[in-house]
Ligand binder design. Sequence first.
Ligand code: SF4
Length: 208
Amino acid sequence: MNNEYLEFKTLLESIKQSGKKPTLLLHSCCGPCSSYVLNMLKEYFKITIFYYNPNIYPHEEFIKRYNVQVDLIKKMNLNIDVIMIDEDYSVYLDAVKGYSDLKEGSMRCYRCYEFRIKKLSEYASMKGFDYYSTVMSVSPYKSSKWINELGIIYQDKALFLYSNYKKENGYKESIKLSKLYDLYRQDWCGCEFSLKEHEERINNKISE
Ligand code: SF4
């Protein structure tokens, strides 16, 4: 375990000892990624989900993932509000301008994390949340290093909660929970470019 993760675990323990749950604005990109994180954090925080993902393409998919998120909370029997901010896809395109030709995992994704984490932090501070965090770091395809770097850069009044939910088999657990709750799990990350990359992978397999 690295130092940051140990500090994160120590913080959780001290919250438990205090008997008081701080408020947490938790960014979520989809139900499956949030499943394990919600399960893990629910006993420490009073959580509100922040569904802010203008990067998801097409818009029907954005709505579909939102509905899965809301459905998951019902299935988990949690008393959690979901704030959905529905901004135009052009917001995402502006954020990744100049990087859209790059592959998944590149600076395109850094910029995509950045504009969402910035908005998350602003909203958390404006609404008086104690902490903010994002479930995105549960995915093995997403850089926890970048997510944590950005979380700190944009920290204002609300505090950034260290985020590396891949630890302790977080990703595997999220797959198990997705099966348990019978959740729709998409095959591409979100944007049109990741959808195209996914389709290319399928076509390459068929032609092999
Ligand atoms: S692949 Fe995912 S993280 Fe990367 S730019 Fe597209 S939607 Fe954003």
